[in-house]
Design a protein around this ligand. Structure first.
Ligand code: GLN
Length: 315
């Protein structure tokens, strides 16, 4: 067997093993502060891997379309980093972990209204306020376009998810006003939160997520479309943010166990990027106390260990 064929067999087996490993696990609970998320069947489980060459492996409910939620913070960050550059992102939002939950108001209070990280709700709302565009619709279109180019297919808004979020997002609206009062929201705050809420309400599959991650793994070129979506200079900064804050208060544990930059969403999706190689994704709705998918994490742990992807490994 050629090296390529054997790598492909190894990856296929790792995805299947990750799925089988996570499948029987219990624990966790669907998010219910967004009513739609509570209604998604808890027993769904999908796992996918996409390589930088565009090879796809998948197991279980890998074609089920679920709400992207906070994983959308990565495409919007990519868009804004491209537009204003990593230094302005650092100055205007911050690039450090908060050590506090993703919707923390205390984190804002502790830093005089500066969000500190673009991957928590406050920082993502601030990021959405920095998306270039003549008006709210143009900014929203740019975000949807970035999600689509990263995934390599047209991503769509779910009216049902969006409706469910827009009618219950009072906490995020409060965060947006706090940001605004501190000078950390760079557009009308309700417009920023509206756009942010929409970006969380698109539907993706585990394969879409892994393709988005594979685009980052490949230095910004989507392996399925061949399009350069993000410039190579920006990618390491995005991955650094994912490493430090991608799984919120579970980011340290994720680095410890999986050793890769990652990003989770309360819809049950979770993504890990192995720079220069591939991306792994998992989807399963029940979440742990940090807001991360219990079985999604278990699947990524399994695949990272069997494929020896840990970035801190020295072997
Ligand atoms: N839309 C959700 C929110 O703003 C996303 C949170 C998440 O996935 N962690 O609360």
């Amino acid at each position: 067997m050629s090296t390529k064929a054997s790598q492909s067999t190894t990856l296929k087996a790792a995805v299947e093993t990750a799925y089988e490993h996570a499948k029987p696990l219990g624990g966790g609970k669907n998010a219910d502060y967004i009513p739609y998320l509570a209604s998604v069947p808890s027993d769904l489980l999908g796992v996918a891997a996409v390589t930088r060459e565009g090879e796809v492996h998948q197991a279980g409910d890998s074609q089920y379309a679920f709400a992207i939620e906070s994983i959308s913070k990565v495409p919007t960050l990519a868009l804004v980093m491209e537009a204003i550059g990593p230094e302005k992102v650092r100055a205007q939002i911050g690039v450090d972990p908060t050590g506090l939950p993703f919707d923390s108001v205390m984190a804002l209070e502790l830093h005089r209204g500066k969000p500190v990280s673009p991957l928590v709700n406050a920082g993502a709302i601030a990021t959405a306020s920095l998306v270039p565009g003549a008006n709210a619709e143009a900014r929203w279109k740019a975000i949807l376009d970035m999600q689509s180019r990263l995934a390599g297919r047209q991503i769509e808004l779910s009216d049902e998810v969006n409706q469910s979020e827009q009618t219950t997002n009072f906490h995020n609206r409060a965060i947006a006003w706090l940001l605004y009062s501190a000078g950390s929201c760079y557009s009308d705050p309700m417009e920023a939160v509206d756009i942010y809420t929409r970006q969380c309400s698109t539907l993706v599959t585990a394969v879409d997520l892994a393709t988005m991650g594979a685009t980052l793994a490949a230095g910004g070129v989507n392996p399925t479309t061949g399009e350069r979506v993000v410039s190579a200079e920006v990618v390491p900064h995005i991955l650094a943010e994912m490493m430090m804050e991608g799984l919120y208060t579970g980011s340290g544990t994720f680095a410890y166990e999986v050793g890769l930059p990652g990003k989770s969403g309360v819809g049950g999706g979770v993504l890990a990027v192995s720079p220069g190689r591939l991306a792994l994704s998992g989807f399963s709705p029940p979440l742990d106390g940090d807001g991360n998918s219990v079985r999604g994490l278990a699947a990524l742990r399994s695949a990272s260990v069997s494929l020896r992807l840990d970035l801190f490994g020295t072997a």
